[in-house]
Design a protein around this ligand. Structure first.
Ligand SMILES: CC(C)(COP(=O)(O)OP(=O)(O)OC[C@H]1O[C@@H](n2cnc3c(N)ncnc32)[C@H](O)[C@@H]1OP(=O)(O)O)[C@@H](O)C(=O)NCCC(=O)NCCS
Length: 177
């Protein structure tokens, strides 16, 4: 397995297509990727696992300023975590997430944030949080209003000295990722 780390601006068209195909295989057609390599917005960094010419795993990272109560905090959002169904359960997701954490630690982000099942992320240090989260809802790929809710799958890994306030209102200042 070869791990490649590529900034979005340097992503080749065939790699972009390979990510789109992988997301379709891992999440299924119902998940709403619509043949894209991203769900709602493009990312900043792609961490890809290749086996020969085939893409077998992927994690995307993007930086975003969010509101945490009255403060503004820069986070590294983790998204589109996927291992090809033929290769799941062999540690590829964990290996890519470890690379993602290492990459995020080299940025100005003060926390990593994702929405996912604890099974993969809790062993890596992510903790479930129950902050109310304000975000721009999307419907068929288009903004459909601003909503606030508690999202059970919210998980956070602090990176710097800033404390994650588990009771603060979080505003993603954009869509979910
Ligand atoms: C989730 C996913 C990326 C995991 O990839 P993977 O390469 O199979 O993961 P790993 O082999 O590194 O597994 C690491 C740990 O996560 C756990 N895990 C993996 N998938 C899980 C899931 N869907 N729910 C709960 N735990 C899960 C494994 O049990 C494993 O724990 P263990 O080491 O104690 O056995 C892969 O199953 C996938 O692509 N699923 C479909 C897309 C998806 O749901 N993505 C995640 C969105 S948040």
């Amino acid at each position: 397995m070869r791990i490649e780390i590529t900034p979005e601006h340097a992503l080749a068209r065939d790699a972009d297509q390979a990510i789109a195909d992988l997301l379709q295989a891992a999440f299924g057609t119902e998940a709403g990727f619509g043949g894209r390599s991203f769900h709602k917005q493009r990312h900043h960094l792609r961490i890809m696992a290749w086996a020969g010419p085939g893409l077998i795993g992927h994690v995307a990272l993007h930086l975003r300023a969010i509101g945490m109560g009255a403060e503004i905090l820069t986070i590294a959002g983790v998204a589109e975590v996927a291992t090809h169904p033929d290769h799941q359960g062999r540690g590829i997701g964990s290996a890519l997430m470890k690379q993602a954490i290492a990459q995020a630690r080299d940025t100005v982000a003060e926390a990593m944030v994702l929405f996912g099942h604890p099974g993969l992320y809790a062993p890596l240090g992510f903790k479930a949080q129950s902050n109310p989260v304000t975000h721009i809802a999307f419907d068929s790929g288009r903004p459909a209003g601003v909503v606030t809710d508690t999202i059970e799958s919210l998980m956070v890994l602090p990176l710097g000295s800033r404390h994650w306030d588990g009771r603060a209102a979080i505003d993603l200042l954009g869509p979910l990722f």
